[in-house]
Design a protein around this ligand. Structure first.
Ligand code: APR
Length: 309
């Protein structure tokens, strides 16, 4: 299964990130974000059913959950990278083909993005999911597309966290050598930091001397179990009684497949997002679905309380 489902057409345009404000507009489809402790009745009923059933819960997160920590989303307006006079979108930068053609430029882009992750702090959304992880124990699993490490830093249980697009904290040999290594300390960097011979040496495989690559899934690569836990994610989706989706635009393949499995099985589905997206459409089309319009920090704490209290 290939990482990208949409090719060049998967760009969803600009995203507005609003922090600490209830997000709704007159006339929008989907429910308004409620006042605290004033959850919409359908959402409340769905969560109560899941709480009583004691069934497994799968949370699926994307870049939106980290937006309120200050990390730009992929398809928002800060997502591109300038090389010379050209703007490159992540779909062009994050490819094996680009890495083969311009490894130093690809690494410069990743090191800049990784720097933003290192300085960011987990937010209320990440913390709410950790409360769900602790509250439900083995009944909980997190599938995240995020490589930023904020779920882990908030305290997510590693065995119950599947990073299906990799993890910025690791690198691996771009050639034949097996195994992950921690990302070497590359110092502090911004978008203008040049790539030096010292960087090249730090990013050399200790076994074969070839390039190390980021431990991330590129758009022209395929999901697998060894690096990206594809089968684990599908297995959890085939057993869950609730799919809780947070902050993803549904532009990649495995997450959409998880949404379709949940829809076909008729399990409870909740999508937390300030914007409509393919998951909110699935939720609105499902009898047991609910589009919880709003940001992760606004909506997740109440949702988690309803599932665990
Ligand atoms: N809370 C919840 N959702 C939010 C918030 C917020 N505060 N802010 C933005 N969003 C939503 C946007 O409306 C959008 O639907 O988060 C989503 C972010 O979408 P993308 O930028 O496309 O990120 P994501 O879906 O995670 O991208 C998938 O594509 O580039 C690759 O591998 C990369 O993992 C990434 C994958």
């Amino acid at each position: 299964m290939k990482a990208s489902s949409g090719g060049p057409c998967d760009t969803k345009g600009e995203t507005t990130v609003t922090v600490g404000v209830v997000l709704h507009r007159e006339g929008d489809r989907g429910a308004r974000a409620p006042l605290v402790n004033d959850m919409e009745p359908k959402l409340s009923r769905l969560l109560e059913d899941v709480r009583r059933s004691g069934g497994p819960v799968l949370a699926l997160t994307g870049a939106g959950i980290s937006a309120e920590s200050g990390i730009p989303t992929f398809r928002g307006r800060d997502g591109y990278w300038v090389v010379g006079s050209r703007n490159y979108m992540p779909q062009e930068m994050a490819t094996h083909e680009m890495f083969c053609r311009a490894p130093e430029e690809v690494w410069r882009w990743y090191l800049y993005r990784f720097g933003a992750c290192k300085h960011a702090q987990p937010n209320e959304g990440h913390r709410a999911l950790v409360a769900l992880d602790r509250g439900l124990g083995e009944r909980f699993h997190l599938v995240t597309q995020n490589i930023d490490g904020l779920h882990q830093r908030a305290g997510a249980t590693p065995a119950r966290t599947s990073c299906i697009h990799g993890d910025a904290a690791y690198v691996r040999c771009a050639g034949p050598c097996d195994g992950k290594l921690p990302l070497p300390d590359m110092g502090s960097r911004d978008a203008g930091t040049p790539f030096t011979a010292v960087d090249r040496a730090r990013l050399s495989c200790p076994r074969c001397g070839g390039w190390l690559r980021p431990h991330v899934l590129w758009f022209d690569e395929y999901y697998d179990e060894e690096n990206y836990r594809m089968q684990t994610a599908l297995r959890v989706a085939s057993r869950a009684e609730l799919l809780l989706v947070v902050g993803t635009s549904g532009a990649t393949n495995l997450p959409m497949q998880i949404g379709e499995i949940a829809f076909r099985r008729g399990i409870a589905m909740v999508d937390v997002n300030p914007e409509e997206n393919p998951f909110s459409e699935l939720c609105e089309a499902s009898e047991r679905g609910f589009f919880a319009r709003g940001s992760a920090c606004e909506r997740l704490p109440d949702i988690v309380r309803a599932l665990t209290s």
